[in-house]
Design a protein around this ligand. Structure first.
Ligand code: NAD
Length: 425
């Protein structure tokens, strides 16, 4: 790891707004060893970042859409050209596979291009019919918020970062971003192509540090907040922004259901379901953790899913030879193991997986398919945020929909069926 990232790590952490003098060790999930010492920001650093961002924002807004479009399109190309060190860092910080790391860079490049090309039209001033026709004239026009505070989790540090930062920049805002400690290097590496393309460094500042100091300071200084993370923290962030009468977008957790109807192709549905369970080892907000399959197709689908999940190649390779990687931390491993042990002790059956793989690395765990999961088990309704999925057999579509909706979460849901019309219905 240090061979790959040694001097790059020092260069990148130099891009952080962090002068507190304290650091924290960041563990590399593939080995359990310290990857680097991350410098931490203070509330004063955050205030300084906001002050500089406000100055940079005025010029960026005045430069107009055509300028911003040119800069972002150049950044799109540079991000793809310079992807190799970003892929290395993404893998070393999160433990995901090269392919899953590439998905992040690809998504980041895609959103960059999308907003570069579409911002002008989306934000164009439009006439609206007035409340009293001919007497009242109405127009809707869009102004930048100013400085947007972006808070990003560790699981998809590049794509979740760029999906919030780039639309903010494309609309003429500045950004002060709090990176999670575990994803800071990936964020800083993916920011570099944007600076090289012409985004002023002060227009997009990155800070790191504890949530109750640095996170709070980012929320307090922002004109608008984009938060991605857990429901517990998002609730606090939403309350804090509301107390200042500032808006916030909160992308939170899920216990995402998949319905498999009896007219689906069982092999194709199982392949799709397997991907949806193991992407980033289930550490994905829209990961599937509950499957409701109609009785007629249940045996064929379950056999195909178990075979598919059991055949995935797992390991720490820094190339494209593996299908699945490692969980990101000891805390993640403990969480998955605890939910599994609870389910098994209350009668759930492990159809495939269920074991740690210390031979591969300290946090490797086999993706696991369960049957017989009941309401008294933690994994029935709580977000696992790991590769643990329960199969439930249902008889009717209504039963499947009611079960899917019976959750405190509402982030995402999916359906496999042979008929698009039936799926929409
Ligand atoms: P988390 O809530 O612990 O942390 C998210 C971010 O918030 C981190 O950068 C963290 O440092 C910061 N933070 C912590 N306390 C804060 C505070 N008081 N004020 C401001 N910021 C604070 O979440 P996590 O464990 O890093 O991420 C996993 C969770 O995120 C899962 O629940 C997952 O479902 C969710 N998630 C949601 C989406 C989505 O788009 N809906 C995407 C990815 C992850």
């Amino acid at each position: 790891a240090s061979e790959l990232t040694g001097s790059l790590t020092a260069e990148l952490t130099g891009d952080l707004t962090a002068s507190s003098g304290s650091t924290t060790p960041v563990i590399a999930p593939f080995t359990g060893e310290t990857l680097h010492e991350l410098p931490l920001s203070s509330a004063t650093d955050v205030a300084d970042a906001y002050a500089a961002a406000r100055v940079a924002q005025a010029a960026w807004q005045a430069a107009g859409h055509a300028h911003r479009r040119g800069v972002l399109l150049r950044a799109h190309d540079l991000l793809l050209e310079q992807r190799d060190p970003i892929l290395d860092l993404l893998q070393l910080e999160t433990g995901k596979t090269r392919g899953q790391a590439f998905e992040e860079v690809f998504q980041g490049a895609s959103v960059t291009r999308y907003y570069a090309v579409s911002a002008r039209n989306v934000l164009k001033t439009r006439a609206r019919r007035g409340g009293i026709p001919t007497v009242v004239q109405a127009r809707v026009s869009y102004q930048p918020k100013g400085v947007v505070g972006v808070i990003t989790p560790w699981n998809y540090p590049v794509s979740l970062s760029l999906m919030d930062v780039i639309p903010a920049l494309a609309a003429g805002n500045a950004v002060v971003q709090k990176a999670d400690n575990q994803g800071a290097l990936s964020i800083l590496a993916s920011r570099r192509p944007f600076i090289e393309a012409g985004v002023p460094a002060a227009l997009w500042a990155v800070v790191a540090g504890p949530g109750d100091e640095v996170g709070n300071a980012v929320v307090d200084g922002a004109d608008y907040v984009c938060f991605t993370g857990s429901t517990a923290t998002g609730t606090k962030v939403g309350e804090r922004a509301a107390a200042r009468l500032h808006g916030a977008s909160l992308e939170l957790g899920g216990k995402n259901p998949l319905i498999v109807l009896d007219d689906a192709n069982p092999t194709k549905a199982a392949a799709g379901a397997a991907n949806a369970v193991v992407s980033a080892m289930g550490q994905l907000c829209v990961s599937i953790e509950r499957i409701y399959v109609q009785r007629g197709i249940a045996p064929a689908f379950t056999d195909a899913l178990v075979a598919r999940v059991g055949s995935l190649i797992q390991g720490p390779a820094l190339d494209y030879t593996t299908d699945i990687g490692s969980l990101t931390s000891q805390a993640q491993l403990d969480r998955v193991k605890a939910q599994l042990a609870d389910a098994v002790s209350k009668g759930a059956t492990v159809l495939v997986g269920g074991s740690e793989r210390p031979d591969l690395g300290p946090y490797f765990f086999e993706p696991t398919v369960l049957s017989g999961v009941t309401e008294d088990m933690a994994c029935f309704a709580e977000e696992t945020f790991g590769p643990l999925v329960a199969i439930h057999v249902v008889d009717t579509v209504d039963e499947a929909v009611a079960a899917a909706n019976s959750s405190e979460y509402g982030l995402n849901a999916s359906i496999f069926t042979g008929s698009v019309q039936r799926g929409r219905q």
